[in-house]
Design a protein around this ligand. Structure first.
Ligand SMILES: C[S@@+](CC[C@H](N)C(=O)[O-])C[C@H]1O[C@@H](n2cnc3c(N)ncnc32)[C@H](O)[C@@H]1O
Length: 234
């Protein structure tokens, strides 16, 4: 990253607010905004966070679910442990991942996955669309009927066909760009609500491994609360 990038980053109010509030990434503000605007996550929800590293979204998702909820984070990159978040080191698209997520369905599947950027717009757009497809292929196996799917995608000419593929699976599918997204970024988020049902196998739901409640409260202490008011106005 060049000197100009570093200077821009230092000036970026979201980056500065993230540093001030001890958030793992400025991306955390995007999820905060999406949750506030669209009530994506409710208390007690089970959330699957795809492309979760370094963990900004997972921490916010955990805040939103509260101690009764569960957050499972997946990434190919290592993830610093956080109380209450279960990390699964793996690649979305790898068929071996599914079994590691257990059998109990999720209420919400988030994907903030980004491809490694080539710098060629159409290539990066196509890769980003492919990541949404892979995230969706997994989501339709693990999402409960009525659940919510959120996925980042870079805008481009493949979006209409992507939306056509996803649309029938949801009561409503729409696109939004949070204010916290950099203006220069082509990213937007597709949100599918009211999942129409998936491919979950028969049999009773089973708890995820390693998420067994450690005590009466059912979960370790949640991380300290984030200053949401100042998060809105970094
Ligand atoms: C923009 S970062 C996510 C930031 C995160 N939401 C946060 O708030 O900290 C994108 C992540 O997607 C991950 N990623 C890309 N392709 C992936 C894949 N196929 N499976 C799992 N993770 C993937 C990358 O390793 C990277 O950590």
């Amino acid at each position: 990253m060049g000197r100009r990038w570093s200077a821009e980053r230092r000036r970026d109010p979201y980056h500065r607010a993230a540093m001030r509030q001890g958030l793992r990434s400025r991306a955390a503000f995007k999820l905060l905004e999406l949750i506030e605007r669209h009530q994506l996550i409710r208390t007690g929800d089970r959330v699957l966070d795809l492309g979760a590293s370094p963990g900004g979204w997972s921490v916010i998702a955990l805040q939103a679910t509260g101690p009764q909820g569960i957050v499972v984070a997946v990434d190919v990159r290592a993830f610093e442990e956080t109380d209450g978040v279960r990390f699964v080191h793996g690649r979305v698209g790898d068929p071996r991942l599914l079994v590691r997520l257990g059998k109990e369905p999720f209420d919400v599947v988030l994907s903030d996955m980004s491809p490694s950027l080539s710098g060629a717009y159409s290539t990066d757009h196509a890769r980003s669309v492919e990541l949404v497809r892979e995230g969706f292929a997994l989501a339709r196996r693990v999402l409960r009927p009525g659940g919510t799917f959120v996925a980042k995608v870079f805008q481009g000419d493949l979006i209409p066909s992507l939306r056509e593929e996803l649309s029938p699976a949801f009561g409503r599918l729409f696109a939004t760009k949070p204010r916290a997204s950099r203006e220069a970024s082509s990213e937007q988020y597709l949100i599918g609500v009211g999942f129409r049902g998936g491919l979950l196998g028969p049999g009773p739901p089973r708890s995820l491994p390693n998420t067994t409640p450690p005590g009466e409260a059912g979960r370790p202490d949640p991380p300290p609360r984030i200053d949401v008011a100042s998060a809105r106005r970094p």
